[in-house]
Design a protein around this ligand. Structure first.
Ligand code: SAM
Length: 243
């Protein structure tokens, strides 16, 4: 890739974007879980519960939780008996996840550093692929979707949860004000890192709208690509099947 891409509102080279995203998550890793609670008022826990209900992990299934970070979604799926591999480009995020797993006595998860754009896994290895609040940070999204398709078995399920700009009248203005002014300030106060949280807000704003992203899932070869909005479209669960 050679064209410029967005890092938040700034145009940078693809390599620079991947480097800067790495810096953002290394910088927030230690405070990531507490910041999630503060920024969403604890709502992210409900969204993740609902997401995992949609995925319906079954005992013994092999699931790849991509961009799995500190393991929030993976722990929920492992609790249902699935064999979960947590993969993330950022070793610092995975390290926090491994510490959480040790502290909580959660054994049996595999943790692996991986770039979603170029996975080291064999073809047709997993029953389900999940990616939560991760794909908007990936530089080459079509490449990541292509890799998701490749590593899934036939009949495998793709599930992605991502923020989306809300269309609800009134609500969207309120959210916009909260996102632009409040989130970076919480980032500064709690994590002493206004810039990283400003990037997170800008990256949400720039992520394709659900109909566009649904089409990208279809282009990657998934069938029955769907987008299910939650909370007035603030968060959307996208899904697709490999046949
Ligand atoms: N899924 C977790 C959750 O919901 O709590 C973590 C989400 S966190 C907002 C985004 C994660 O995406 C970070 O851990 C980051 O390192 C990871 N990430 C960004 N670009 C990636 C890439 N190209 N491949 C794999 N992971 C990536």
């Amino acid at each position: 890739m050679s064209d410029k891409v967005n890092f938040g509102d700034e145009l940078v080279s693809p390599e620079e974007k991947t480097r800067r995203v790495g810096h953002v998550f290394s910088s927030v890793a230690r405070r990531y879980d507490v910041m999630n609670d503060l920024m969403s008022g604890g709502m992210h826990r409900l969204w993740k519960d609902r997401f995992v209900n949609r995925v319906t992990p079954r005992p013994g299934e092999a699931i790849l939780d991509m961009a799995g970070g500190t393991g929030d979604v993976a722990f929920r799926m492992a609790r249902r008996g699935a064999a979960v591999t947590v993969a993330d480009i950022n070793a610092d995020m995975l390290e926090v996840g491994k510490e959480r797993a040790r502290a909580g006595g959660r054994n049996g998860l595999r943790w692996q550093v991986e770039n979603a754009e170029r996975l080291s896994f064999a073809d047709a290895r997993f029953d389900a692929y999940t990616i939560v609040f991760g794909i908007r940070n990936v530089t080459d999204i079509p490449a990541a979707l292509g890799e998701a398709h490749r590593v899934l078995k036939r009949g495998g399920r793709f599930f992605c949860m991502e923020f989306s700009s809300s269309d609800w009248p009134g609500f969207s203005n309120l959210y916009e004000a909260f996102a632009s002014h409040v989130i970076p300030r919480i980032g500064k106060a709690v994590a002493n890192d206004e810039e990283s949280y400003r990037y997170l807000v800008e990256s949400i704003r720039r992520f394709p709208r659900p109909p566009v992203f649904r089409a990208m899932i279809g282009d990657a070869g998934f069938v029955r690509a769907a987008a299910e909005p939650m909370l007035g479209g603030l968060v959307t669960i996208h899904s697709g099947w490999k046949i």
